[in-house]
Design a protein around this ligand. Structure first.
Ligand SMILES: Cc1cc2nc3c(=O)[nH]c(=O)nc-3n(C[C@H](O)[C@H](O)[C@H](O)COP(=O)(O)OP(=O)(O)OC[C@H]3O[C@@H](n4cnc5c(N)ncnc54)[C@H](O)[C@@H]3O)c2cc1C
Length: 437
């Protein structure tokens, strides 16, 4: 270390995936000084649909219309699940706060209600989710009422075929058609990437030329679906221009990762946490974490060199294997920073079922850190590893967010609950509120 005085914060959030972003956002909104360490996590790969809880129990693949009814069933039948440990009122407030922050950062969402919505995926399946970006919301009514609908794609666009979607859905949606057009200005380019086209559509002339190409294809269509590339940072404006220009509802269909909606979501979250005064270290990671008395010391490493941070509370939002929060060798799984105990099958043979597509999923996908009621990870002794160390998001045990369709819900709900605990703990013991204090 440089020998400079360590910067001090109320909260250090380790991780910048959905859980880390939500925690940093909520902490800043509660007036806590906060530093966040880590790069974008799984957000870049996400569709920007905010799943709360759609499937329970996993083995039956039971789909729920109301995520709150699903949460109630989860609480009865699987009380150890992290989402079952946050009350519904807090989850509602957490989602409202999260979506309001995204709206204020220019990424607009449809108002949140009581039900999951159905939207179309890039492979023509139907996905059930809770928070739907405004650019995708016209799909909900189109799908529900099987409205006459035109899907448009672009010659050369990788991994997106309107024809394939129509072939998959046409069986019970007779008024669904598709058309392929050239993207204006890119006619000679053999391979197109969604992010390039999204940026191009922020240019008014390109947008108008694209709308003019779709207009004559409309026929009786009352709604038009396009791959999710209606602008990057200015998606509301581009989407509104398409609806005005075509005179019908327009919806985006999320594309394969890395997706434009993922880029938008990451951009909006970065803007939202920065606007609320969170200090960010995107290019750093935590090398060591020392927990001592009432202060945690974090040694960072990264492109800009080493750095030392002190914090009153630490939130571990480091994800599972892809996030690097958990590491596996041939014998076992361990937590990467502190070596915290990880709940997991007794031997490696128990990690996976014989059938890869086993409806109940695999035990390894439920492995994770176990916490007490206040979300503090337990040490080998069975006691909290440290008074002010908390764990949130996908690093937690007893959930399978991919199969349960609860990725964002798990992140947002547990982040809210932990910030509530931290903000509620002795305010007198807060540090100065400003870094360097
Ligand atoms: C392909 C894909 C599609 C998805 N689609 C959806 C969807 O449609 N709807 C939905 O709701 N959710 C979706 N999700 C899930 C969601 O976006 C989150 O990835 C998931 O909820 C897990 O979030 P997390 O924050 O717990 O972990 P991660 O996203 O894995 O983040 C972990 C973070 O920890 C950081 N980290 C790890 N170790 C360190 C260290 N030592 N120092 C500093 N930082 C560290 C990493 O850099 C990263 O920022 C999708 C995810 C993926 C991967």
């Amino acid at each position: 270390m440089s020998g400079e005085a360590a910067q001090r914060y109320d909260v250090a959030v380790i991780g910048a995936g959905m859980a880390g972003m939500a925690a940093a956002l909520f902490a800043a909104e509660r007036g806590l000084s906060c530093i966040q360490i880590g790069s974008g996590g799984g957000i870049l790969f996400a569709s920007a649909l905010l799943d709360l809880l759609a499937v329970h129990p996993v083995a039956e693949h039971r789909l729920w219309q109301s995520p709150f009814d699903a949460l109630a069933a989860l609480a009865r039948e699987q009380p150890g699940h992290p989402l079952a440990r946050v009350d519904a009122a807090s989850i509602r407030t957490a989602f409202e706060t999260f979506v309001a922050a995204l709206n204020s950062a220019g990424l607009a969402y449809a108002p949140l209600g009581e039900r999951n919505s159905h939207v179309i995926t890039s492979i023509g399946t139907v996905k059930s989710s809770y928070g739907v970006p405004l650019t995708m919301v016209a799909a909900v009514q189109a799908l529900q009422q099987r409205l006459p609908c035109l899907l448009v794609d672009f010659r050369g666009l990788r991994e997106f075929s309107a024809r394939q979607i129509v072939e998959t859905l046409a069986g019970d949606w007779p008024d669904l058609r598709h058309q392929r057009i050239d993207f204006p200005g890119f006619e000679a380019v053999p391979e197109l990437y969604a992010a390039h086209l999204a940026r191009a559509l922020e240019d008014r002339e390109t947008r108008e030329r694209t709308i003019a190409l779709i207009q004559p294809l409309l026929g009786d269509a009352r709604v038009v679906g396009v791959p999710a590339l209606l602008g990057l940072g200015r998606s509301s404006e581009v989407h509104a221009a398409f609806e005005a220009g075509l005179g019908v509802g327009v919806f985006e269909i999320p594309t394969m990762p890395t997706s434009v909606p993922g880029l938008r979501l990451l951009g909006a979250l970065e803007a939202a946490v920065s606007a609320r005064g969170v200090t960010r270290r995107q290019r750093s990671s935590v090398r060591t974490l020392t927990l001592d008395g009432s202060t945690a010391t974090l040694e960072l490493e990264g492109l800009t060199g080493g750095e030392c941070i002190k914090a009153r509370a630490v939130v571990l939002a480091t994800g599972r294997f892809s996030g690097r929060g958990l590491t596996a060798d041939r014998q076992s799984v361990r937590e990467s920073i502190l070596g915290l105990p990880v709940q997991q099958p007794a031997t490696r043979e128990g990690w996976h079922e014989r059938d890869f597509l086993d409806p109940a999923g695999h035990a390894i996908n439920r492995a994770g850190v176990v916490t007490d009621d206040a979300w503090r990870p337990l040490a080998a002794s069975g006691k909290p590893a440290w008074e002010n160390l908390y764990a949130i998001g996908s690093i937690l045990a007893e959930q399978d967010w991919m199969r349960e369709k609860c990725g964002s819900g798990l992140a947002i709900a547990t982040a809210w609950a932990v910030v509530d605990v931290i903000a509620g703990s002795d305010p007198q013991s807060r540090m100065s509120g400003k870094p360097g204090g």
